[in-house]
Design a binder for this molecule. Sequence first.
Ligand code: SAH
Length: 376
Amino acid sequence: MTVAAAKIWLKDGREKSLRRKHPWVFSGSIQRVDDAPAPGATVEIVASTGEFLALAAFSPESQIRARVWTFDRNEHIDAAWFRTRLARAIESRRKLGMLDPSGACRLVFAESDGLPGLIVDRYGDYLVCQFLSAGADAWRTVIVDSLLGLCSPRGVFERSEGGARHKEGLASERRTLTGDPPPAELEIEANGVRQVVDIAGGQKTGAYLDQQRNRWRVAAYASGAEMLDAFAYTGGFSFACLHRGAARAALIDSSADALRLAERDAVRNGVADRCRFVVASVGDELRRLKESGQRYDLVVLDPPKFVHSAEQINAGSRGYKDINRVGLQLVREGGVLATFSCSGHVDAALFQKIVAGAALDSGRTAQILERLSQPP
Ligand code: SAH
């Protein structure tokens, strides 16, 4: 028996973004929802004329009221469909050479992989899932079963947490879903550097995989450098740079837990005597270092998201400018600042303006060496 999907009727003219394959339906563009679908249920999105636009997952609690699974009316959203999408995501990582068994990578990146609300990170033999939308949450069993079939992991852990889940009306979940619980200190390795990941207790899914490649790009400037790794977390930038010949690294983070793991990694990588660990607020510590006359050949600034919504763009921009101004003042003549933002609301052009403004205010002359980004 086939059950017809409930329908969401859009207001006149509000179908344009879907025609351009934008995968979200905002509450304001909806005329009417038929049949009171359950959270996560598959719904048919139709234009005001009744024309089919997409099959989507219903999120009754969120302003993003539906997230598109497919624009193809011939597809059926079922277990086989999820397996196909997951296999496609994993295959693309294989082609990119990202499936080294002792390494880590983001296997599934939500909307980017046509699987809205679903993150799957792989750390060696373990998978970590985030079900961040009602749709991803509703299909969790099917998704985990498919992942077991496709990757044969030792264990699958869930870290469904954070603001996105809250906006979907879903509670946070942190637990082993199947197989072995992850070890408290899971070791992964990339480019000869060993890194301990705490899947259950660390930030996000355990590590910041989005910076993996950038650590090696920055390490290209590290030979002989005295470096400052601000917002270090477990020291990914420091260990890549020390591996490439940096002389010394000072790691600053407000999280004592993160720096405890960093200390373990320093020992594992044989560089403990070249590291200094400072549990402190970066803003305070940068100012203190500046006043004490300390300078570095390489300064890394990798802060958490400062801008969470459009309303925060001005305040967040001031925050970025502030740390970049002091960061630049800490760079020795001829040295390098590697500076990052992970705020989606701050685009590359705005970020460049902010850093350029910081350079002006700091009285430093700077040139742009390269622009870095997320890995593929
Ligand atoms: N550079 C890291 C990722 C940094 S994520 C890597 O490559 O893995 C941002 C980090 O900033 C987190 O570890 C968080 O604990 C830390 N943090 C957040 N606010 C901070 C503050 N005001 N001062 C110092 N650290 C802070």
